[in-house]
Design a protein around this ligand. Structure first.
Ligand code: NAP
Length: 270
């Protein structure tokens, strides 16, 4: 489950706990957050809001040690709530301690570099992630929004510590095909972000992509389930991380883990 939507819009905070409860009840064990997530709409300079919320909820529900938490570094927020980048080694080294504190853990399961910073040599950012791994502060390392050359460089610097690439992939966004193919070749997991088309578009998926809507109607499931089941057929390395702020959304999306699309339906999907 992607946690970005948990508190990103006014009124969602009250639903955060029921939504995480619904995810756990549905068998979801991977939660993706980021140190820069939170308050984008509210325009606040507060930092680490989403991580702190995820850490608090997982602790309160007594599952912190049983689930897998992925977070990210490398994005920063402006005082107005906008987004900026800091891929410097100094920032990465410092920011991991804030993530550990907010998540309430001694080791982060998956620590991801959020986005390449054009002001910083990518090898420098990767070197800092390696230090974080070697210090035992992260069990595994991931990168995000990376192109094939960056994936190969990350692999060179990080070796087997690198286990995952998180890039956008959905019916509307397929330009990550080369990265997906490279992940398959290297044996890296591919976490597909915004798998339903992103927060604004996800609910209209069945209308925006009519074949998904039509297959869903035939099978008696939601278009979002069809989309997530279809994504799973793209590669055994692909793990979709659908976001949700409502318990109903994540409960429905989780059903896609059991949905096997018959061949005649798969042929109807582009
Ligand atoms: N690495 C990066 O740069 C990056 C960028 C963007 C996102 N991400 C990650 O990817 C995750 C998911 O991406 P996203 O939130 O942008 O987009 P998304 O997963 O494509 O869409 C999220 C929206 O889908 C709705 N939804 C989910 N399941 C549904 C269902 N079964 N039926 C109807 N609506 C459903 C939710 O609505 P409700 O809110 O109403 O529940 C939610 O707002 C994020 O949480 C974050 O962890 C990473």
């Amino acid at each position: 489950m992607g946690c970005l939507a948990l508190e990103n819009r006014p009124g969602h905070l009250e639903r955060a706990e029921p939504t995480v409860r619904a995810a756990l009840a549905a068998g979801i064990t991977l939660f993706d957050t980021g140190n820069s997530y939170g308050n984008a709409v509210h325009g606040s300079a507060a930092f680490g809001v989403n991580e702190a919320l995820v850490g608090e909820l997982l602790g309160r529900l007594g599952v912190a040690a049983k689930v897998f938490v992925a977070t990210k570094t490398g994005h920063i927020r402006t005082p107005e709530g906008g987004w900026d980048l800091d891929g410097s080694a100094g920032y990465i080294r410092k920011s991991v301690d804030g993530s550990l504190r907010r998540l309430g853990v001694e080791q982060i399961d998956l620590y991801q570099h959020h986005r390449p910073d054009p002001k910083v040599d990518y090898a420098e950012s990767m070197g800092a992630l390696r230090e974080v791994f070697e210090a035992g502060k992260a069990r595994m390392i991931g990168i995000s929004n990376a192109n094939p050359a960056q994936i190969l460089l990350a692999r060179e610097v990080l070796g087997d510590a690198l286990v995952a690439v998180q890039n956008e992939y959905s019916p509307a966004f397929r330009t990550s095909e080369p990265e997906l193919a490279l992940c398959e070749r290297l044996g890296l997991s591919f976490l597909a972000f915004s798998p339903l088309g992103g927060m604004g578009a996800a609910r209209r998926l069945g209308q925006a992509h009519e074949s998904f809507g039509a297959v869903a109607a035939d099978l008696g499931v939601s278009p979002q389930q069809v989309c997530l089941a279809w994504l799973r057929t793209r590669s055994t390395e692909l793990i979709p991380i659908p976001g949700a702020s409502r318990p109903e959304s994540i409960a429905d999306s989780a059903l896609a883990a059991e949905l096997e699309l018959p061949a005649e339906y798969l042929q109807r999907l582009p």
